[in-house]
Design a protein around this ligand. Structure first.
Ligand code: ZN
Length: 185
């Protein structure tokens, strides 16, 4: 929503990019996920980390499997039977275990390692819609954010697709520390 604001924001330095660089020829861009229903907050975090993450909220398994095949996406699900069905059809699927996104991210790291899936992330994306973020000048957004935010932050970003504004606040720092869960098992 244009004009709305959030504390989540930012663009990583080049050396921070790529949790694990791809060692296979299969992926030249970001790892693409298809995130099953009930895992919407995980999908938002993955986008902020720089992954291409589509959230499948319809909850209809056949449609989810078709979409994963069509777009070459790795399914992330907490549903064992769905994971089994997808696996039987040769679709890369990682079963996520855990009650929190923190636990699910660790589970994702373990599952990716076990299945030889490279976790390649790009620049942070809009957590809401997955759109690309562009740096915007402070003057352009002064009417949209609180003065206290304007004076405390230097870099502001806007989603090119939905217009949401971002900046690097404490929430962003927490998110980036959470991204490190993907490096651990
Ligand atoms: Zn957006």
């Amino acid at each position: 929503m244009p004009g709305s604001s959030t504390r989540l924001s930012g663009r990583q330095k080049p050396q921070d990019r790529g949790i694990r660089e791809s060692q296979s020829a299969e992926s030249s861009g970001e790892t693409k996920f298809l995130v099953d229903a009930m895992l919407g907050s995980l999908a938002r975090k993955l986008r902020a980390f720089g992954f291409d993450a589509t959230y499948y909220r319809a909850g209809e398994d056949a449609g989810l499997l078709r979409l994963a095949l069509r777009e070459g996406r790795i399914i992330l699900t907490a549903d064992r039977s769905l994971a089994a069905r997808a696996g039987a059809r040769g679709i890369k699927t990682i079963l996520l275990i855990g009650d929190s996104d923190r636990g699910r991210l660790s589970s994702l790291a373990r599952g990716a390692r076990a299945k030889g899936v490279s976790l390649v992330r790009g620049e942070p994306l809009c957590s809401l819609c997955g759109g690309e973020l562009r740096i915007v000048k402070r003057e352009e957004i002064s009417a949209e954010v609180l003065t206290s935010v304007l004076v405390r932050h230097r870099l502001f970003f806007r989603c090119e697709r939905c217009g949401k504004l971002y900046w690097r606040g404490s929430h962003w720092k927490r998110l980036m520390s959470l991204a490190k869960r993907l490096e651990k098992s």
